[in-house]
Ligand binder design. Structure first.
Ligand code: BJW
Length: 232
């Protein structure tokens, strides 16, 4: 029977599309404190700063193009005889832009708006502000539909089911510093999956993987996909 592949992606896969990672030297956290822009408390303290941070990223992400790594994963999904599921921590839409269809955005998307007052969801406008009204309750409580620290990631039940069914688990371009995603490798391995890390360099959790491939995502991901499709 064809094997099931579950792929976790992080900011590193979109780095060569021009989108910033979080923890690298020039990353987003070198310009902003995590607790100011990626927590509900930070949003409550200064919604204007948080909206400006996300509006700038939304506009930048909308102009970005998928790179060879996104295209290679879409090709894998199209050509692999078994199932391929992409679980992404990224809030950009570059997997979908490359043609991938089974993509779970566990940390939400920049394209979505969420009402902090009534929970209504709608498509975000490129720039949102603290006065953007919720179309359902009309309160000025619009926030980006993303998952901040202390909040529960999306699709967890579905993701745990996929990890339990995986024959192969790959993590691409993620530092392994944020849970629960950082624990997916153990979860998949405990249920019998082979595990591989693809990253620019060793991550915090490299030792948890059976095998590793280091280099830029635009090089290592297409080569890995080529090997998988060739049965190597
Ligand atoms: C390349 C490359 C190239 C570069 N090619 N590679 C203590 C212990 C354990 C857990 C906790 C704890 N205290 C608190 C927690 C929980 C907390 C947590 O993990 N905190 C840590 C700081 C310890 N987690 C949470 O709060 C989460 N919720 C939660 O746990 O709920 C409980 C629960 C879970 C499950 C079920 C039920 C209940 C929520 C976490 C939300 C994270 N949100 C953010 C913001 C999202 C919106 C946005 O985009 O702004 O998500 S933070 C940020 O980090 C973002 C990312 O998705 C996430 C991960 O970052 P990522 O993608 O790994 O990026 P980087 O920059 O860290 O790494 C880039 C990598 O790419 C590097 O390795 C580079 O080498 C590589 N790279 N260029 C290939 N060209």
């Amino acid at each position: 029977m064809a094997r099931k592949i579950v792929i976790l992606t992080g900011a590193g896969i979109s780095a060569e599309s021009g989108l910033g990672t979080f923890r690298d030297a020039q990353g987003l956290w070198s310009q902003h404190r995590i607790e100011d822009v990626a927590t509900p408390e930070g949003f409550a303290r200064d919604p204007d700063l948080v909206h400006r941070f996300y509006s700038a990223r939304r506009i930048q992400a909308a102009a970005a193009q998928p790179n060879a790594a996104h295209h290679a994963l879409a090709r894998l999904e199209a050509e692999w005889p078994g199932e391929v599921v992409i679980v992404t921590q990224n809030v950009d839409a570059l997997h979908e832009a490359a043609g991938a269809r089974q993509v779970l955005h566990m940390h939400g998307t920049l394209a979505g708006a969420l009402c902090a007052a009534c929970g209504h969801r709608w498509p975000a406008t490129p720039e949102m502000t603290p006065t953007t009204p919720c179309p359902a309750c009309n309160r000025a409580a619009a926030r980006p539909d993303v998952v901040w620290f202390g909040e529960i990631p999306y699709f967890m039940e579905e993701i745990l089911t996929h990890l339990g069914e995986a024959d192969l688990f790959a993590a691409i371009g993620t530092s392994g510093q944020v849970y629960p995603a950082a624990a997916f490798v153990q979860e998949a391995a405990a249920q019998g999956a082979q595990t591989v890390e693809l990253n620019l360099e060793r991550s915090e959790i490299s030792r948890a993987f059976e095998s590793r491939r280091f280099g830029p995502a635009t090089e290592v991901v297409p080569a890995w996909v080529e090997d998988l499709l060739a049965g190597r």
